[in-house]
Design a protein around this ligand. Structure first.
Ligand SMILES: [Zn+2]
Length: 172
């Protein structure tokens, strides 16, 4: 699983946002929504007073992945609330803010949106795990997760079987 995460990790600081997003998922083997935010807080030594804010941000960022209606408004609200502003340099733009860790996450997200990397951050339709699509045509839909080892049920396998049967039926 570590190697899968490595292969599907996001570049640079966007990986930290991906880790935050993955503090909630529906594991392939359990098939039930699983909250891992407390683990995320512990492993990143996040102070309890900012944890609640970060969790709200995580939920809004997850909505922005699909994107759900209104998710853009939510992102804009975070930008305003945390005072995120662009700062122009000789080469490119960075983002200043007064929002602590949540501000860092929003700044990285804005940069990813501006550079087209955000669209490569995808939520697996099966397990909801967020991965970075490194493929040339950005055409990946499912993660590479498999339940119960490499020969177990993989994400997207039900959809793949359905498509295969449809093709068989069409050529029969
Ligand atoms: Zn998956």
């Amino acid at each position: 699983m570590v190697s899968i995460g490595g292969l599907q990790a996001a570049p640079g600081a966007l990986e930290e946002v991906r880790e935050l997003l993955n503090s909630w998922l529906i594991p392939n083997d359990l098939r039930t929504p699983t909250e891992r935010f407390d683990d995320f807080v512990r492993s990143h030594k996040i102070p309890s007073d900012i944890a609640a804010e970060l969790r709200l941000l995580r939920d809004d960022l997850r909505l922005a992945l699909r994107p759900e209606p209104g998710s853009v408004d939510r992102l804009n609200a975070w930008v305003l609330r945390l005072g995120v502003v662009p700062e122009i340099h000789q080469r490119g733009i960075t983002y200043r803010h007064r929002g602590g860790l949540a501000g860092d996450m929003v700044a990285v997200t804005l940069d990813a949106i501006a550079t087209g990397r955000w669209e490569r951050l995808k939520e697996c339709p099966d397990c909801r795990w967020v991965f970075y699509d490194h493929t040339r045509n950005s055409g990946k839909r499912w993660c590479r997760m498999t339940a119960g080892g490499p020969k177990g049920r993989s994400c997207g396998s039900i959809a793949k079987v359905r498509r295969f049967r449809e093709r068989q039926a069409a050529t029969a």
